[in-house]
Write a protein that binds this ligand. Sequence first.
Ligand SMILES: [Zn+2]
Length: 384
Amino acid sequence: MTYYIKSKKIFKEDEILLNYALKIKNKKIVDFVKNSKLSPEDEIIDYQDKIIIPGMIDLHIHGAVGKDVMDGDYEALNEISKYLAKTGVTSFLATTLTAPMSKIKKALINISQAMKKGVEGAKILGSYLEGPYLTEEHKGAHPTEFMRELNLAEIKGLLELSNDTIKVFALAPEKKNSHKIIKFLEKNNIKTTMAHTNASYEEASAAVESGLELATHTFNGMKGLHHREPGALGAVLNNKDVYSELIADNIHVHPAALELLLKIKGSDKVILISDCMRAGGLSDGEYMLGELKVLVKNSIARTEAGSLAGSTLELRDAVINIKEAADIDLYTALKMVTIVPARLLGMDKKIGSIEKGKNANIAVVDEMMNIYSTVIDGKIVYRK
Ligand SMILES: [Zn+2]
């Protein structure tokens, strides 16, 4: 089926089109047509003064609406996927947590099966393995009793049972064997990210040398910058090729630090993530994040020990927060949830921007990022 979505503005990858319609045919974006050139016979959805943006990509999300990726069942992933579609997100990486190995395996298998079966909302691009190869010093909400040393045979096993759906693999670079593992993952087309790490500047930089490409929630779960020991954070800031995840909820990171990161890395190396947990989209209360009890008060999730435990953030609010903190425009802010994560994953030929030939993954928004519609593979999955 062929139809058009028209509005005042379309955010293309390198320009903003004014008064154009997007032609969608068989799951793809096939053309841009001036609104004045549309004919009365065409099937047109008119969004008037709204903005058509590329569908957002949530690179790092654990759960929402009472469900968690670690639940390990289809229903959990499907509910998270439907929730995300309502918030303008069209694809995501289902993110695991440190837990007993049997639970991690179950979650990975479930993700791979759900990808095959398909979900009703935002598409699952693959899994993001966060834990168990992390360090105690910056554990956050990861239970230390299940943390493990890096073991190539074990990791090969995980790749196999996941049916090669792992896209991002987190590890603490100071761990033994990390270089061997990073090189192995790179060969298998998996991005390594440093996470929950106590690595020194030298250790983190050496991991980058070996092929590590991403920093998990930059600032959080890593040694901060000291002028005599710049730490993992210093290495992330000083290595221009490393992508930086950022939880822009103004709780995990101060607005001034958002601005600072953006000044140093530039908007083509920062990726806004939600790191959302089970309580996303729900009210305050007591929840489980993987194996840990978490209390959500004023939308802030903390473990009993007081550590921040994921967020309840929606990506669209992250976009607004960084736009305000760094005084940038919406167009630039949106790159950090669309084309930049798509590039990191090597999927930018298909998703991440509005271009001819790409998958018709879009959202319709206003300047405040209220969502009016979400289209995934040409199908309207949400309409306000
Ligand atoms: Zn984390």
